[in-house]
Design a protein around this ligand. Structure first.
Ligand SMILES: C[S@@+](CC[C@H](N)C(=O)[O-])C[C@H]1O[C@@H](n2cnc3c(N)ncnc32)[C@H](O)[C@@H]1O
Length: 359
């Protein structure tokens, strides 16, 4: 099979036609976001106003919002385009990499034994049910069950970011704009739920002398992350471990980092991860979190339609815990253990809010 080269650090599909197909899917996503969604905003506001005027009833609960908005033609079209383009994307990405699966598996095996850096994973790893019974973002096989899941997820995020992240630009700008411990000392960094390691390698680029770790629940994720780091010549350590039980000693890290992890775990695990992070962070260390904005329990968006679109991920895109996270008292939980919590760090260069916690 021909290796068609890379786009940034991501291997291209096996055949030109596959990349072309995926380019089209990316275009559908751009069209849906840019063109359809603006009409959707206007038509949903009209439908809600019409319903409230006709019935005298407020459209407040998510069930009621769904009842009113699901039948609006442009909303249904937007939902269908989102869901179907996601399904088309996974199907083609899996198909294209499957065509050269033996080569890709061999590449991972060679990388397992190569440096710089290291990878640790366990074929008998016990995945918790909250993780193993979900296909996040409707990715078939989730983050752990397909040995090519790292390759597949990486291409999936290329389509998700619609071409704006081909060189890890999103993760890089968040890492490079993250604040440091107040004494400026950074000897050890932990990247929780590192996935394919795009933030982990950015931390190593920022602090070449530091000991940098990326941990993730999925073995295919850390294997692919390690392969990527080897290709980049970066000495990073990856391990298959849970963020809530990460096995590092107390007070080990100067910086702990979590980029879009929390909305993918249930509430009791969110709380356990906060406690575990506090344990492994040294006094004066900093915990940096980039994730969805949270509204607090019973918090409602000013416009009910935005609650509806917020809930789309949970309802249709394999993100069962995302809405619970958005309506959680996340900052209250962080304040229980950290001495200082900044909810919206202004120096952040990221598409989502950055929280900064000092121990
Ligand atoms: C959206 S991705 C994170 C993206 C990544 N942090 C980055 O910088 O691009 C979510 C990741 O969280 C991992 N994950 C989910 N629950 C976890 C847990 N409890 N402990 C460790 N990793 C977890 C998944 O395997 C997946 O790779």
């Amino acid at each position: 099979m021909v290796d068609r080269g890379h786009l940034g650090t991501m291997p291209l599909g096996t055949e030109r036609d596959d990349d072309s197909y995926l380019d089209f899917v990316e275009g559908v996503r751009i069209f849906n976001q840019a063109q359809v969604s603006s009409v959707v905003a206007q038509k949903s506001a009209e439908a809600i106003a019409e319903y409230e005027a006709r019935t005298g009833e407020k459209v407040a609960t998510i069930e009621k919002i769904r009842e009113v908005l699901d039948p609006v033609p442009v909303v249904a079209t937007r939902n269908r385009l989102s869901r179907t383009s996601q399904e088309m994307m996974w199907e083609k990405v899996i198909e294209t990499y499957r065509k050269r699966e033996p080569e890709l598996l061999r590449e991972l095996e060679i990388a397992d034994r190569s440096g710089p850096g290291s990878v640790e994973y366990d074929p008998n790893f016990k995945h918790p049910d909250y993780f193993a019974k979900v296909e996040f973002h409707i990715q078939p096989g989730n983050y752990h069950a397909d040995p090519l899941a790292g390759y597949i997820y990486h291409y999936g995020t290329k389509v998700f970011f619609t071409g704006r992240n081909n060189n890890d630009d999103v993760q890089r700008s968040a890492v490079m704009s993250s604040p440091l411990p107040k004494d400026g000392i950074v000897r050890r960094v932990l990247d929780q739920a590192c996935s394919v390691g795009q933030s982990t390698t950015a931390w190593k680029e920022r602090f070449p002398q530091a000991e940098v770790w990326g941990i993730d629940a999925g073995a295919p994720m850390v294997r692919y992350a390690h392969k990527r780091a080897v290709d980049m010549g970066l000495d990073v350590h990856f391990a298959q471990r849970l963020a809530e039980d990460c096995k590092f000693p107390d007070n080990y890290f100067d910086v702990v980092y979590a980029f879009i992890m929390y909305h993918e775990v249930p509430q009791h695990i969110m709380k356990a991860i906060i406690r575990e992070t506090h344990r492994v962070l040294r006094p004066g260390g900093v915990y940096i979190i980039v994730d969805f904005p949270t509204r607090g329990p019973n918090g409602k968006a000013s416009n009910p339609a935005s609650d509806y679109f917020r809930d789309f991920d949970t309802h249709d895109n394999g993100e069962p815990y995302a809405s619970d996270f958005v309506y959680s008292d996340f900052h209250g939980e962080l304040r229980k253990v950290f001495s200082e919590v900044i909810e919206n760090y202004e120096g952040a260069k990221t598409f989502l809010p950055m929280r900064v916690c000092y121990k």
